[in-house]
Design a protein. Structure first.
Length: 240
C-alpha cells in the first residue's frame, strides 16, 4: 500500500462519561466510511491520564486528497445522520496537529501489511510532543533519528512513527488545526505499564541518554516535552 504523506493527530476533550459513547459510535459508524473515501484511521486511543480525552490519528495521501475526502465525508450521509451524536459528547475538537512523516520514515509501517487482520487492544502507546522554535524541525528530526532513536530502541521502545509539522495551509477550515506552531512528535509502543517502567529505568541508567542526548533534546524545546500514555481501542491499527 502506498504510504500516506499527511497525518492529523486529533485530541478531543469530552463531557464526563462521554468517551465510551463516542468510541462505540466512532467504531460502528465512522471508521469504514472514512477509509472508503481514502482516509486511513491509523490509531484510536484512550488517554490513561484523562478519562475525558479521546485521541486518534488519521492519514491522507496528500493535502489535495485530504481536502476532497474531508469535504465528501462531512457533507455525506453518514455524518449527517450521526454527526450530532458525536458532537454531543465533545467539549472541543480543535486540538489538532497537522503533521508529515520525518524524511525517510514510514509511520505505523508494521501494521499496514496486517490492517485486514483482527485488531486488538494490546500495548501501551506514548505520544511525545516537542514544541520547537520556528524552522528547527528538520534539524531536530535529524538529531532524533541519528542520536535519540537508537538509544530508545535499545532500551526497549518500538518507535511507531516520527512526525514534523506539515506547513501547508488547511484548505478545509470547517475542521480547524493548530497553526503557527512547530512541533516534532514521536510515538512509542510498549508491552504494558511494566514494560514502560523497564524502558524508563534503562534510560535513566544510560549515561548517553541522561548526560548527552536528552539534555540536548530538552534544550531545543520551548517547553517541557509533552508525554501522553494511551491504550488502543479495538479498531486501532496502532497496537502491539
Amino acid at each position: 500500500m502506498k504510504p500516506h504523506a499527511v497525518y492529523e493527530l486529533r485530541r478531543y476533550r469530552l463531557h464526563p462519561g462521554g468517551r465510551e459513547r463516542l468510541i462505540d459510535l466512532f467504531d460502528r459508524e465512522f471508521v469504514d466510511p472514512q477509509e472508503a473515501l481514502g482516509m486511513r484511521v491509523e490509531g484510536e486511543f484512550r488517554d490513561c491520564g484523562d478519562p475525558d480525552a479521546f485521541v486518534w490519528v488519521r492519514s491522507f495521501a496528500d493535502m489535495e486528497t485530504r481536502t476532497e475526502a474531508l469535504a465528501a465525508f462531512y457533507s455525506g450521509p453518514v455524518w449527517k445522520e450521526h454527526g450530532s451524536l458525536a458532537n454531543e459528547t465533545m467539549l472541543n475538537s480543535d486540538n489538532v496537529l497537522l503533521l508529515k512523516p520525518v524524511a525517510g520514515t514510514q509511520p505505523f509501517a508494521r501494521k499496514l501489511a496486517r490492517e485486514k487482520e483482527a485488531r486488538s487492544t494490546k500495548g501501551l502507546v506514548t505520544v511525545n510532543i516537542c514544541s520547537l522554535a520556528p524552522g528547527m524541525e528538520d534539524r531536530f528530526a535529524a538529531f532524533f533519528i541519528a542520536e535519540a532513536l537508537p538509544i530508545l530502541e535499545e532500551a526497549g521502545a518500538r518507535i511507531e512513527a516520527a512526525f514534523v509539522t506539515e506547513r501547508s495551509a488547511n484548505a478545509f477550515p470547517r475542521l480547524p488545526v493548530r497553526e503557527g506552531e512547530t512541533v516534532f512528535v514521536w510515538f512509542e509502543m510498549h508491552e504494558d505499564e511494566d514494560g514502560l517502567s523497564r524502558h524508563q529505568e534503562r534510560l535513566s541508567n544510560d549515561v548517553r541518554w541522561t548526560s548527552e542526548v536528552f539534555p540536548r533534546m530538552d534544550s531545543q524545546c520551548w517547553r517541557r516535552i509533552e508525554v501522553s500514555r494511551l491504550t488502543p481501542t479495538s479498531r486501532s491499527l496502532c497496537t502491539l
